[in-house]
Design a protein around this ligand. Structure first.
Ligand SMILES: [Zn+2]
Length: 69
């Protein structure tokens, strides 16, 4: 009997889907440069490190998004 080509159709990994990350601050660490914010997306679990230079300033992304291992 001939085998049909049953390779699974490539499906985008759900965690790779583009979405607006819902960053949650996991921890914050005051440094001389400002406050380091360790944030994690509540939706996909990706992590990022932000630096908030001033209390009133919006944090800027220090790192690229880091995938959870
Ligand atoms: Zn996300």
């Amino acid at each position: 009997m001939a085998e049909l080509d049953t390779r699974p159709v490539p499906v985008a990994h759900p965690r790779k889907q583009r979405h607006e990350h819902a960053w949650l601050t996991e921890s914050r660490h005051p440094t001389s440069e400002g406050v380091l914010l360790y944030v994690r997306c509540a939706s996909c679990g990706i992590r990022r490190v932000d630096l908030q230079a001033h209390p009133q300033a919006p944090p800027g992304a220090l790192s690229h998004e880091i995938e959870r291992t």
